[in-house]
Write a protein that binds this ligand. Structure first.
Ligand code: HEC
Length: 175
């Protein structure tokens, strides 16, 4: 009897260890894949209901016309708004700023909002985005969720470093 019991005991033990290892690997896999996904800047759902900070129209002839020509509006979520309103220069994690750029067709002496060209986003998370000043930079094409930033350092951050003293943010809140 004894050897059989021992064998069964060992087998059960082996199975337990096997399942424990399998479970652990699955958890590690899930944890790492979740982390990879979450380092992507999320689409700023419902940003049109946030606070409008400012607008600007760049016309042909402006040095940034090729990339940013048209009319843009800047929006801030509540966390970012607090810093902007207080005139502070450190945005807390969770602050989100949106740069909503549209064509600006001129007709009958009026400039209006045309089609959306790009939706650019800055999402503050000082741990995740250490290499870009604590901000995640992303841009979505037109009205889609298609991500178009390949290299956030070259395409976004390098230009925003000019505003380092204001946590890399250009826009100011006016009364
Ligand atoms: C050539 C310089 C330059 C580059 C490159 C650039 N930006 Fe900006 N960005 C600006 C300026 C200037 C403003 C302020 C616009 C205004 O005052 O209306 C701005 C504003 C913004 C804002 C609103 C918050 C703020 O700082 O005022 C966001 C969000 C933003 N940019 C995201 C991006 C993203 C994402 C990229 C990369 C795809 C990018 N920017 C690339 C110059 C740049």
């Amino acid at each position: 009897m004894t050897p059989v019991c021992l064998t069964i005991g060992r087998f059960t033990m082996f199975r337990k260890i096997f399942f424990a290892v399998a479970l652990l690997s699955a958890l590690v896999f899930l944890a790492t894949s979740a982390k990879d996904n979450s380092s992507k800047v999320p689409y700023p759902e419902n940003y049109r209901a946030w606070t409008h900070i400012k607008s600007l129209i760049l016309l042909p002839g402006h040095p940034l016309y090729n990339d940013f020509g048209g009319i843009h509006h800047v929006y801030a979520n509540e966390k970012a708004l607090k810093t902007l309103r207080s005139g502070g220069n450190v945005f807390p994690d969770g602050s989100v700023l949106v740069f909503d750029l549209m064509e600006a067709p001129q007709k009958d002496n009026a400039i209006s909002e045309g089609q959306r060209k790009v939706l650019a986003v800055m999402w503050k998370d000082s741990k995740k985005y250490q290499t870009t000043g604590g901000w995640g930079f992303e841009a979505f094409r037109g009205d889609t969720r298609e991500r178009i930033v390949k290299d956030p350092v070259k395409e976004c951050y390098n230009c925003h470093t000019g505003q380092k003293h204001h946590d890399f943010v250009f826009s100011q809140y006016r009364k």
